[in-house]
Design a protein around this ligand. Structure first.
Ligand code: FMN
Length: 159
């Protein structure tokens, strides 16, 4: 299985979750790449919100070579950030692809639903979503939860 974990992370929290998921998948012999979503211009988060579309450094957003794409991000003002939304819009060949989505947050509102709706509108299959809720970016209990999330994806998707 070829897996992409695409994350928008300003702290270590979404990254630590991505590394825990990668560890579980790698133990299955799955090939996992972690890619950070990076805006061309570094602005304050509320400044991105004023833009229609945030230009990203990520040039190849074609997911056709992956069997699973995991999207991970923090939550800003109860919503997915403009940076993440711009990345989702940029994705190509999402039709019938398996996606899983996680957010790191305290309260995510309906962010997971919003992200899932965008992906399903693009023809993707959202197989699992989860929010890892903590005030701490190095919360060990969330690493455990991330591994359980990855185990569940393995069970669902193992060929
Ligand atoms: C300006 C700002 C707004 C935030 N808004 C929310 C929010 O609405 N809901 C929430 O659960 N967390 C909120 N957070 C916390 C972050 O989502 C959370 O710490 C997340 O893990 C950060 O991920 P990051 O690495 O992308 O910063 C906010 C943090 C900041 C700094």
């Amino acid at each position: 299985m070829n897996v992409l974990i695409a994350i928008y992370a300003k702290t270590e929290f979404p990254k630590n979750i991505a590394l825990a998921i990668q560890e579980v998948f790698a133990a299955q012999g799955w090939n996992v790449s972690i890619e950070e979503i990076v805006p061309v211009k570094k602005l304050k988060e509320f400044e991105y919100d004023k833009l229609e579309f945030v230009q990203l450094k990520n040039s190849n957003c074609d997911v056709s070579s992956y069997d699973l794409i995991v999207i991970g991000s923090g939550i800003w003002s109860f919503s997915p950030s403009k940076v993440l939304l711009s990345y989702l819009k940029k994705l190509q060949n999402t039709k019938d692809k398996n996606f899983a989505v996680y957010v790191t947050c305290i309260l995510s509102g309906n962010s997971l639903k919003k992200i899932s709706n965008i992906l399903t509108t693009q023809g993707a299959k959202v197989v699992e979503t989860v929010s890892f809720r903590s005030f701490f970016e190095n919360d060990k209990s969330k690493i455990k939860e991330a591994k359980l999330f990855a185990d569940s994806l393995v069970k669902k998707l193992k060929p």
